[in-house]
Ligand binder design. Structure first.
Ligand code: ADP
Ligand code: MG
Length: 212
C-alpha cells in the first residue's frame, strides 16, 4: 500500500533523479530538439519536491493535483502540460483512498497515461514519452493480473518503461519538435521517454518500498 507520504517520497526521489540526470536529458534533447528538457524537468520537479514543506495536503489526490498544476506552471515546453496532465488525471482514481494498493495505483497510472494521449495525441512508435509509459502500464496490468503485489507491479512497470525508452532509439519522431527532423531523428533516444523511465523507476523505489 502507498499513502500520501509514499507519494511525496516518490516526487522527492523523482526530483533528485531528474536533477542528477538533467544534463543527460538536455543532451538527448539537444540532439533532436532544443536542448531544454533536462532544465525544464529539473526546475518543475524541483518545485514539486518543495510543496510538502510549505503545504499540508488532505489526501493523495489533492497532493497529485497540486503536483500537476505546479508542473503545468513551471516545466514549460511540450512536456510541461503533458506531465501536468499525467498527475492531474492520476489523482482521480486515488481520490477515495488514503492507502493506495495495486488496483488504485494501476488505475491512477492508466488514467494519467490516457490523459497524456488525450492531450498530445501520441500513438505507439511516435518516439515520445508515451513509448515508455504505454508498455509500463501494460506490464503493471499484466503483473497485477498475475496477483503481483504493488512492488512487483511497479518493478515490472519500471523495467518495461526502460525497455520502451531504449526502443525509441531507431524510431523516426512523429510528434513534437523532434518530428521536424524527420529521418534524422532516428538513432537518438527520445528525451521524454528517458524522463518518463526515470519517473517510473523512482515510483518503483518509493511507492513499492512501502508495501505491506
Ligand atoms: P519541447 O519539445 O517543447 O522543447 P521538452 O523538450 O520539455 O519540450 O519535451 C520534449 C519531449 O516531449 C519529447 O521528447 C517527447 O517525449 C514529448 N512530447 C512532445 N510532443 C508530444 C506529444 N504530442 N505527445 C507525447 N509526448 C510528446
Ligand atoms: Mg525541448
Amino acid at each position: 500500500m502507498a499513502d500520501l507520504k509514499s507519494f511525496q517520497r516518490w516526487i522527492a526521489e523523482a526530483a533528485a533523479d531528474l536533477i542528477e540526470q538533467a544534463d543527460h536529458l538536455t543532451e538527448l534533447d539537444r540532439a533532436i530538439g532544443d536542448g531544454d528538457h533536462g532544465t525544464n524537468m529539473a526546475r518543475g520537479f524541483g518545485r514539486c519536491a518543495e510543496l510538502a514543506e510549505h503545504e499540508e495536503f488532505g489526501g493523495i489526490d489533492a497532493y497529485l493535483k497540486k503536483v500537476g498544476m505546479t508542473l503545468v506552471g513551471t516545466v514549460g515546453g511540450a512536456s510541461g502540460p503533458l506531465y501536468g496532465t499525467f498527475f492531474l488525471r492520476m489523482a482521480g482514481p486515488l481520490s477515495a483512498t488514503a492507502d493506495a494498493g495495486v488496483f488504485e495505483v494501476g488505475q491512477g497510472l492508466r488514467a494519467g497515461v490516457e490523459g497524456i494521449v488525450a492531450r498530445g495525441k501520441a500513438e505507439a512508435g511516435d518516439k515520445t514519452m508515451y513509448d515508455a509509459f504505454a508498455p509500463a502500464v501494460a506490464a503493471f496490468t499484466a503483473a497485477a493480473g498475475d496477483g503481483g503485489a504493488l512492488p512487483v507491479c511497479l518493478e515490472a512497470a519500471a523495467a518495461a518503461g526502460e525497455e520502451g525508452r531504449d526502443a525509441t532509439l531507431p524510431l523516426v519522431a512523429r510528434k513534437g519538435r523532434a518530428s521536424y527532423l524527420g529521418e534524422r531523428s532516428a538513432g537518438h533516444l527520445d528525451p521524454g521517454a528517458a524522463s518518463a523511465a526515470i519517473l517510473l523507476r523512482s515510483a518503483a523505489r518509493a511507492l513499492g518500498a512501502d508495501a505491506r
